[in-house]
Design a protein around this ligand. Structure first.
Ligand code: ATP
Ligand code: MG
Length: 224
């Protein structure tokens, strides 16, 4: 299988005033195209930091991130933003939908950010159908349940066919029934569309949906 994303001795140290907070102390991972990976580990071990680095939302202190053969450290900020928009879809614990826009409006916005000519109504319907929310097109976030909001957020993450989906505790705010629906959708996307997914979770049952588990502790990978 082809490597889609890898890191080399990746470190991140935050600075608060004069205090250094080492969050990642040297992470080497190699993710193949089509893998569904869970990232687990205790609170504060660096999971979100790793995900934000992988997605180009943060810059590393040292080390390398290579996405689809592009070395993020060798490109300009503008190019990094461009790589992120073309190749990465994010799903967060809080759904981060625009409250004044309908489900369809949220998707259209993502499409417009991705490319100037926007997307197609047909593609939007296809994704919403896959996520079983095609009848909620005109609902605003507050007119949707938590599980439905997370599915719209998932639709938004995949609408532009990113090579990689990065999800930070996507079921963290959902009850078990809605978690199950969202996880099933991830598995569907992974199986049917071969989508590469990296998902942080605290939930061992959620991790069972994955085909690989990376465990972190104190800023390093301790099990893979
Ligand atoms: N913006 C920041 N500034 C300073 N320190 C930070 C910042 N973000 C995270 N940290 C610190 O870096 C370490 C790793 O944080 P991170 O958010 O990556 O942990 P996590 O594994 O995602 O934890 P959780 O499971 O609680 O979400 C922690 O010690 C945290 O306090
Ligand atoms: Mg976190």
């Amino acid at each position: 299988m082809k490597t889609i994303l890898r890191t080399e001795d990746l470190t991140k140290t935050y600075r608060i005033g004069k205090v250094d907070v080492p969050a990642l102390r040297g992470v080497d991972i190699d993710i193949k195209s089509g893998e569904f990976v869970a990232v687990m580990g205790p609170s504060g071990c660096g999971k979100s930091t790793l995900l934000h680095l992988l997605g180009g939302l943060l810059s590393p202190t040292t080390g390398k991130i290579i996405i689809d053969n592009e070395d993020l450290s060798k490109v300009s900020d503008a190019q990094r933003t461009d790589i992120r928009r073309r190749k990465i879809g994010f799903v967060f614990q809080r759904f981060n939908l625009f409250p004044t826009l309908s489900a369809e409006g949220n998707l259209k916005l993502a499409e417009r950010i991705h490319s100037k000519n926007g997307g197609s109504a047909e593609k939007r319907r296809e994704v919403l159908r896959l996520l079983k929310i095609e009848d909620k097109l005109n609902h605003k976030p507050l007119e949707l349940s938590g599980g439905e909001q997370q599915r719209v957020a998932l639709a938004r993450a995949v609408i532009n066919d990113p090579a990689i989906i990065l999800a930070d505790e996507p079921t963290g705010n959902l009850d078990s029934e809605n978690s199950e629906i969202v996880l099933e959708m991830f598995r569907e996307l992974n199986k049917r569309l071969g989508q590469t997914i990296i998902m942080i979770t605290h939930n061992p049952e959620a991790a069972e949906h994955c085909n690989r588990i990376i465990t972190m502790r104190d800023g390093v990978v301790v099990d893979d």
